[in-house]
Design a protein around this ligand. Structure first.
Ligand code: PAN
Ligand code: ZN
Length: 185
């Protein structure tokens, strides 16, 4: 029998080696209304890349899994660190696992009651995102933050449910990384 060569991932940076890799870049201009300092956001060229997701092409449907790496650039919009848009899964009960690979940052988790918490992301960290939990990566470091993720292909993304934003914002204040509670809006 032949030995097939599976896809590979470099644990140092999260890049895949495979025949079919799907890549999606999210630019500053795609993130309207996400950062709290809208004046600072408008001052950044809209084509500035904020994060990139690379995914293996894999089977879709009930029981199937997706594998992808998010590469989140370092930087800030005003005092707020670069972050992903963040989402609930469309199928709310579906969980996900993130693995920190490089860089340093935070994973913001929030349940449907609006209770938020933060986990530190670093090389080798494992994050079990339970069902019914919205999630967002935040890069608080000076290098690219890369995290590998595995999630059910049926999970889908619901971005609209968080249109009001998360309950915490992570900012640089007095030279320190601080999480601030948001007074809704
Ligand atoms: C990740 C995210 C990725 C980008 O693959 O989709 O980090 O974040 P946004 O989708 O919030 O822009 C994931 O959690 N998939 O389910
Ligand atoms: Zn997800």
């Amino acid at each position: 029998f032949p030995f097939f060569m599976p896809p590979g991932v470099a644990f140092t940076n999260g890049h895949f080696t495979a025949e079919n890799i799907i890549t999606k870049v999210t630019h500053s201009g795609d993130l309207a209304g996400i950062f709290h300092d809208q004046t600072a956001w408008r001052a950044i060229p809209s084509e500035t890349p904020i994060y990139q997701v690379e995914m293996l092409s894999s089977a879709q449907g009930e029981g199937e899994l997706y594998v992808g790496t998010t590469h989140l650039n370092p930087g800030r919009v005003g005092d707020e660190f670069y972050m992903t848009r963040g989402h609930f899964h469309q199928r709310r009960e579906q969980g996900e696992v993130y693995f920190g690979l490089r860089g340093s940052g935070l994973l913001l988790l929030q349940n449907e009651q609006g209770e938020a918490r933060l986990e530190e992301v670093s090389p080798g960290s494992v994050h079990i995102i339970p069902g019914l939990t919205a999630h967002r990566l935040i890069n608080t470091g000076t290098e690219v933050l890369s995290a590998l993720a595995v999630w059910p292909s049926i999970a889908g993304h619901d971005y609209a449910a968080l249109a009001q934003g998360f309950a915490l914002r992570v900012v640089l204040h007095d030279g320190k990384i601080q999480a601030k509670e948001v007074q809704n809006g």
